[in-house]
Every structure is written in structure tokens, then in C-alpha cells.
Design a protein around this ligand. Structure first.
Ligand code: GBH
Length: 443
């Protein structure tokens, strides 16, 4: 039985102004490794026992060579927009100049999208830091923020008016915490003293890039993409509630509060001094640069209890879960959007990622992923409910266009609405892709 994705007939999400898109990221799909500089994910993949299946981004979905047919595929889904990221090590040389071949690659993509009237949502940093910058300390080195500004400056000038929206960073939480505190993402650095320092340099990089984007590209929607995993207490005991609030400040509010309020959450005072970021005078003014939009990525929630030694303890997610083990809890999506809207004066919000890994089976040439269709249905309803409660949501992107390199999970987890056979590089639109297309085209 083919389930449909439906929304109430009066839903603003059925307006033609609401932007529907699909999203990808450079390292996860491109391959084409030999024509760019090495990045931290190349190094991480080459380090034993970091990526579950021992894979790497050398070929990925071979989008570096197959981009033309992939744009036909995107167009065939009827979407209004495509969110892609630029590989910094593909477009900037080690001496900091533009690499003309790398730039031409993306200009061809942007021009092909324009021909099809597909809005380009460009993310400048989706985790593929040039390795030569990591060799000088990466995001622990304040100078990397200025290197990022220079890259944003050069690339936005080169792209001219081809871009609809720029996001500076994708999910600085992941770069800072997963990359420099627990080390499960590149560059794999471990230590509580590093995470918040990296986070501050990332946010500084964001603010500096916003300054040049506003100047070079005043007509694009310029902003940032943050991920949120809303925190819920296991019980209504005071101790569990306090532990949960600490976790929320540490993982979620840490990245949004400085953007709007110009300060980190008050729990900063409870962190040992050696774990503090190094904040220079004027940094917070740079970080609070006004945003044209806020991108929000949502996948799941997390449940916490109080702990004797640590500030909080995250319990195993209850069922139902996706194939990557994350709980399916769409209500948290509505509650997140409503609570952010209460706490901050938000610019228009775009849901820049939402989706699910499912254990897809290719049977007789098709993938009937009704579980993923249900996930999309429930989460689109959740966005609709938030809009009903006053949140200004302007668009929604499915993560992901196609199955791809799922970071530390390698190619084992599939998030696509299009199936990828990695042996043949054949793409097959899944039932979820067809249902998404029907929703968009029948508006
Ligand atoms: C995004 O990261 C990325 O932008 C994208 O590249 C990636 O492919 C996609 O999502 C899918 O992973 O341990 O239960 O508390 C999302 C990263 C997902 C990190 C949820 C925190 C918490 C799950 N976040 N995760 S749990």
C-alpha cells in the first residue's frame, strides 16, 4: 500500500511560497578526492576504527562526475530548492587563493539549478575543514575563523548572484562537540577543555562570514544552520529537571543564545575555568550579526536523568527508533520550534534537515520505505502544528536527496529518499521520494 503525505487543506505549508527542498553535503556525496585538497574527514577515515565500515569519501555517490544527472533527478522530484554545501578544500588553495577548477565545478551546478528554477541554498561549511588548517590547530586556532571569513569573501564574490541563500556553518555543535570534545567525528580530538573553545571560534567564524556575506551578497538570505536534540527529563523530579536543563544549555542553547542574546548560557560559570572559551573583546558583537534566516535541523530528542558525578546522564532512547537508533518523537519537533520562538526573536525559519535512516530493501527494482514515509508525514505535521502556534517557518528540506556517506557510520545507514547502489552508482527513487514529490507537485 502506498501511503501519501497529506497536510490539512488550510495549511500554509501547501502555499506555493513555502519552499520544499532536498539537502546534501559535499563530503557525503561528491567523491572527486584527487581534484581537491585533503580535508579532516579524509584523515579521519584513514585512521583505523573511526568509521564503522572502514569506508571513506573517495568516491561516495560520485556526484563529482554525476552532478548533471543528479540535477535532473532533483528536478524530477519537483522541488523548489536544493541545499548543497561547498567543499572549502576544493575551492581554496593552500595559499588562500581561489582554485578556478573547483569554483567552475560549483558554478556549473548553480547555473544548471538556475536553468531549472531551483533555488540554491548554499552551506559554506559542512565539516570538511582543509587538513592544512587542522595541522595549525583547526577550530582550536582562532585564526581559522579569519581563514573562513576570507574563504566566504572570495567564494561569494565568485558566485555573484547565483545563490538564493547562504548558510555559514552547518551544525557547529557537531563540529565542536563531536569533533573536539568526544572525538567521534573528525578531527577526533578528545577533551572537555576543547569543545567550548572550538565552538567559540566556529561562532566567531560565522559572525565574520556574515559581515562579508551581507556586504558582497546583500540580496541572498544569509544565516546559519543549527541542529537541536531537545532534552526531556526521565521523571518530574527536581533533580532530573535540573540535569535536563543543564544538558539543554550545554548541547542546544550554547549555539543559539550567543547569536541572539550575545552571551553563552549561564552554566558557563559552572564549567571549570580550563574548559572556558577564550572570548576577546568585541567577539559577541560580531557573533550577534543579524540573521536573514535561521536553519533548523531536527531528527530526534534525548532523555536525561540526574547523575552523581556528571551534570547529567542520557538514558537509552525508547522505541520506536530508526535504523540508526534514534527515537521517533515528532512532538519534540513542534515543542522545539515553539520554545525557540518564545525564547528568541527569530528571523524566518527554514527546516534545513529532517529525515530518517531506515533499513531499506531493494525488491524487484524498488524500495518501498513506508516507514520513512510515515516519519516524513509525522514530522511535516509537527512543523504544521508549530506554524499554527505562531512560528514563522518558510521552508522544509528532506535529509537527504540520496543515500550517502553517513560520517562515522560510513555507508551502512541510509537517509536518502533516493536509493544509491554503490556498486553501480544507480539511483532509484524510493516510495518516500515519490510521496514527497506528490505532496509538492499536488499543492
Ligand atoms: C546531520 O547531523 C548532518 O548535518 C548530516 O550531515 C547527517 O548526515 C545527518 O544529520 C544524519 O545524521 O544520540 O540519540 O542523542 C545530525 C547530528 C543527530 C547529532 C542526532 C546528535 C543525537 C542522537 N545529530 N544526534 S542521540
Amino acid at each position: 500500500m502506498n501511503k501519501k503525505i497529506t497536510l490539512p487543506t488550510n495549511s500554509s505549508m501547501l502555499s506555493n511560497d513555502f519552499v520544499y527542498g532536498v539537502a546534501t553535503a559535499s563530503f557525503q556525496i561528491e567523491g572527486g578526492k584527487s581534484s581537491r585538497l585533503p580535508c579532516i574527514w579524509d584523515t579521519f577515515c584513514d585512521t583505523p576504527n573511526k568509521v564503522v565500515d572502514g569506508s571513506n569519501g573517495e568516491t561516495a555517490c560520485n556526484h563529482f562526475n554525476l552532478w548533471e544527472e543528479d540535477i535532473e533527478l532533483i528536478d524530477s522530484l519537483g522541488v523548489d530548492a536544493y541545499r548543497l554545501s561547498i567543499s572549502w578544500p576544493r575551492v581554496i588553495t593552500e595559499s588562500g587563493d581561489l582554485n578556478p577548477e573547483g569554483v567552475a565545478y560549483y558554478i556549473n551546478i548553480l547555473d544548471a539549478l538556475a536553468k531549472k528554477n531551483i533555488k540554491a541554498f548554499v552551506t559554506l561549511y559542512h565539516w570538511d575543514l582543509p587538513q592544512h588548517l587542522e595541522d595549525k590547530g583547526g577550530w582550536l586556532n582562532r585564526d581559522t575563523a579569519y581563514k573562513f571569513r576570507d574563504y566566504a569573501d572570495l567564494i561569494s564574490k565568485a558566485f555573484g548572484d547565483r545563490v538564493y541563500s547562504y548558510a555559514t556553518l552547518n551544525e557547529p555543535f557537531c563540529s565542536a562537540f563531536l569533533g573536539y570534545e568526544v572525538g567521534i567525528h573528525a578531527p577526533g580530538i578528545v577533551g572537555k577543555e576543547f569543545g567550548k573553545k572550538a565552538a567559540h571560534h566556529l561562532l566567531l567564524a560565522h559572525g565574520l562570514a556574515m559581515q562579508v556575506l551581507t556586504k558582497n551578497s546583500p540580496n541572498t538570505l544569509n544565516g546559519i544552520v543549527l541542529n537541536f536534540t531537545p532534552c526531556y527529563p526521565e521523571s518530574d523530579s527536581q533533580a532530573d529537571i535540573e540535569a535536563t536543563s543543564f544538558a539543554d544549555d550545554y548541547f542546544n542553547q550554547w549555539y543559539i543564545k550567543p547569536l541572539f542574546d550575545g552571551e553563552y548560557p549561564a552554566i558557563l560559570a559552572q564549567l571549570p575555568i580550563e574548559n572556558h572559551p577564550e572570548i576577546h573583546e568585541g567577539d559577541m558583537d560580531i557573533i550577534t550579526h543579524p540573521l536573514d534566516f535561521l536553519g533548523i535541523n531536527f531528527y530526534t530528542r534525548a532523555i536525561y536523568r540526574a547523575d552523581k558525578e556528571e551534570h547529567f546522564f542520557q538514558i537509552d532512547p525508547p522505541a520506536p527508533r530508526t535504523d540508526i537508533g534514534w527515537e521517533i518523537y515528532p512532538k519534540a519537533f513542534t515543542e522545539l520550534l515553539v520554545s525557540l520562538n518564545e525564547k528568541y526573536s527569530l528571523p524566518p525559519v527554514y527546516i534545513t534537515e529532517n529525515g530518517a535512516a531506515m533499513a531499506d530493501k531493494m525488491v524487484n527494482g524498488s524500495v518501498d520505505d513506508q516507514d520513512r514515509v510515515e516519519y516524513y508525514q509525522a514530522h511535516l505535521n509537527a512543523v504544521h502544528n508549530a506554524i499554527e502556534q505562531g512560528v514563522n517557518v518558510s521552508g522544509y528540506f528532506a535529509w537527504s536527496l540520496m543515500d550517502n556517506f553517513e560520517w562515522a557510520e560510513g555507508y551502512l545507514k541510509r537517509f536518502g529518499i533516493v536509493y544509491v547502489d554503490y556498486d553501480t552508482q544507480e539511483r532509484t527513487i524510493k516510495s518516500s521520494g515519490l510521496a514527497y514529490k506528490a505532496l509538492i507537485t499536488n499543492r
